[in-house]
Design a protein around this ligand. Structure first.
Ligand SMILES: [Zn+2]
Length: 136
């Protein structure tokens, strides 16, 4: 199967250890993202959010083990992150999802849908530039 099965309500715990209590936080996918992930099962990155006892917010991708600390959020909701594991800057990379809309299996018009996927260059491998295909 080409399409990953994303269960938006379940955050899979990785085998990686975390040096802080971040891993003990209860990461949850909000309704907006749960709906988005249901409609777009090809998404590489679906964020889950948690808050620690001091009110600091964290974000972690569903199925990932590294959490990011939310540093700032502007009026438009654009956030910047710091790696919860190494404290380094979290980067974003573009993942292109080919759109397969032809009746012939596995061929498409060449259109892609781009997704910005965050990752820590120190703790995580850079996501592949080509993502799951979108089958229409
Ligand atoms: Zn890191």
């Amino acid at each position: 199967m080409l399409i990953k099965n994303i269960n938006p309500y379940k955050v899979v715990c990785g085998t990686n250890f975390m040096p802080t209590a971040i891993e003990k936080l209860d990461f949850r996918v909000n309704q907006e993202w749960a709906d988005c992930a249901r409609e777009n099962p090809w998404l590489d990155f679906v964020p889950a959010f948690a808050k620690d006892s001091k009110g600091q917010e964290f974000m972690r991708g569903v199925g990932r083990s590294v959490a990011y600390k939310i540093k700032t959020e502007d009026a438009k909701g654009k956030q910047t992150y710091e790696c919860g594991q190494c404290g380094g800057e979290v980067m974003a990379t573009n993942v292109a999802h080919p759109i397969l809309d032809s009746p012939i299996c596995c061929s498409g018009s060449g259109r892609v849908r781009n997704e910005q996927v965050p990752y820590c260059p120190k703790c995580e491998t850079r996501p592949r530039g080509s993502g799951e295909p979108i089958i229409l």
